[in-house]
Design a binder for this molecule. Structure first.
Ligand SMILES: Cc1cc2nc3c(=O)[nH]c(=O)nc-3n(C[C@H](O)[C@H](O)[C@H](O)COP(=O)(O)OP(=O)(O)OC[C@H]3O[C@@H](n4cnc5c(N)ncnc54)[C@H](O)[C@@H]3O)c2cc1C
Length: 368
């Protein structure tokens, strides 16, 4: 088994690192930069390099390149804190979802502007009373002629205030069990009847929004896949969302800052560093297995759990290293207070453990 990177992969990594460092110099550094670092200008630059849709099939305008290349570029961008949020959801999730489930005319309409970095997409899944239990969502889309009429509320919608489109998960029928009757609809954020309210989180980030839909009319043409049977599509999207490098590397910049400051002559600190370095490498192997589709079905829950708990431990390490200085309200403080989000977004660690136990290991389900 050969674990070394090839010369081409090393060259790509160097190029990506240089591009990321240049972007940080121009647009600033961001912890968890695939959510917090928003720059449409940089997204367009990545698009013109062919670094959006790098792995999508060439017949859809993608680069047709190996998944490892995307992992390398993503790892360098996020580790450096470069602002990739304006393109990341489209690249990771919405483009692949449209390629898998969309019609040819939808692919022609929406993929080119994702690839060029011109459009930003937000994900409308979570609701005030429906997070982990997504199947309980109530935002509805009612058919009226050749339109859907959408009513309801989403919350925690990252960059809902900046996005051009919302990839909305909603209910088109309330017949049958909760996971039935769910559909995916593309909603232009400029549609009349949408109100977006920004939520400032405790780190002062402003990517979160609440999105209210009041009789929003969208053509039936914007339905992706099968009406009322989208729950499986959504679960497939979450597989894309959970097993990627963005779940491991998001506070690597904080780790580097802490490492510079740490007293490496202290044997306890050295033990901690060894444990974090080991965990990072194990996490990367798990992610590589995911992106090469070598992991068992559903295992991305374990990968997400392991990797984001590593990110949480990095923040704990940084708080011990910086001690009282961590309360100065600087980038370090913000990166540390942001850390609980890693094990919540994309599904909490508790829920990941349930999936692992019930669906991957086949353990008995708790009676409901
Ligand atoms: C940084 C960040 C970005 C986000 N971006 C988006 C976005 O762009 N779009 C979007 O739609 N959502 C987004 N979210 C929301 C995210 O998907 C939800 O927060 C997440 O799914 C958890 O849902 P909840 O917050 O409603 O918590 P709840 O589901 O209410 O969970 C509360 C607690 O109960 C536990 N729990 C719940 N069910 C079970 C169970 N069956 N077994 C054991 N424990 C359980 C959970 O582990 C948790 O500790 C984002 C969240 C964060 C932190």
């Amino acid at each position: 088994m050969e674990f070394a990177w090839t010369a081409e992969q090393e060259a790509l990594r160097s190029e990506a690192r240089a591009v990321a460092e240049d972007a940080v110099a121009r647009f600033g550094w961001h912890a968890d930069s695939w959510i917090n670092g928003y720059s449409k200008e940089f997204a367009k630059e990545l698009g013109s390099r062919g670094w959006i849709g790098l792995t999508w099939p060439t017949e859809y305008g993608g680069g047709g390149r190996p998944a490892i290349d995307r992992l390398i570029i993503g790892e360098e961008m996020i580790a450096a804190g470069a602002p990739i949020a304006a393109m990341w959801f489209a690249d990771r999730q919405m483009g692949p979802a449209l390629i898998a489930f969309g019609r040819a005319d939808q692919q022609q309409e929406f993929l080119p502007s994702m690839l060029s970095g011109d459009t930003t997409w937000c994900i409308g899944m979570s609701e005030p009373n429906s997070g982990s239990d997504l199947a309980s969502l109530t935002t509805s889309a009612r058919r009226e002629g050749d339109e859907f009429v959408i009513n309801g509320q989403k919350i925690w919608t990252s960059f809902g205030a900046l996005a051009d489109y919302c990839y909305l998960i909603c209910r088109t029928s309330s017949e049958g069990p909760p996971h039935a009757g769910i559909s995916e609809i593309i909603v232009p954020m400029s549609s009349p009847g949408i109100e977006v309210r920004t939520i400032k989180d405790m780190t002062t980030n402003r990517h979160f929004t609440e999105v209210f839909f009041s009789d929003v009319r969208v053509p039936v043409h914007n339905l992706v896949g099968v009406e009322g049977s989208a729950f499986k599509q959504t679960m497939r999207q979450l597989e894309h969302e959970r097993g990627g490098i963005d779940r491991l590397v998001s506070n690597q910049a904080l780790y580097k800052l802490a490492l510079e400051r740490a007293d490496l002559s202290d044997p306890i600190v050295r033990q901690e560093v060894a444990a974090l370095e080991t965990a990072y490498r194990i996490g990367r192997i798990l992610v590589v297995r995911e992106v090469l589709h070598q992991a068992p079905a559903g295992f991305s829950a374990a990968t997400k759990c392991f990797c984001t708990e590593h990110e949480w431990r990095v923040a704990q390490f940084a708080s011990r290293v910086f001690g009282v200085d961590a309360t100065l309200w600087n980038d370090v403080t913000k990166a540390m207070t942001y850390a609980p989000g890693y094990t919540i977004m994309g599904g909490t660690s508790n829920v990941m453990r349930n999936i692992l136990g019930e669906r991957v290991l086949g353990l008995p389900r708790e009676p409901r």
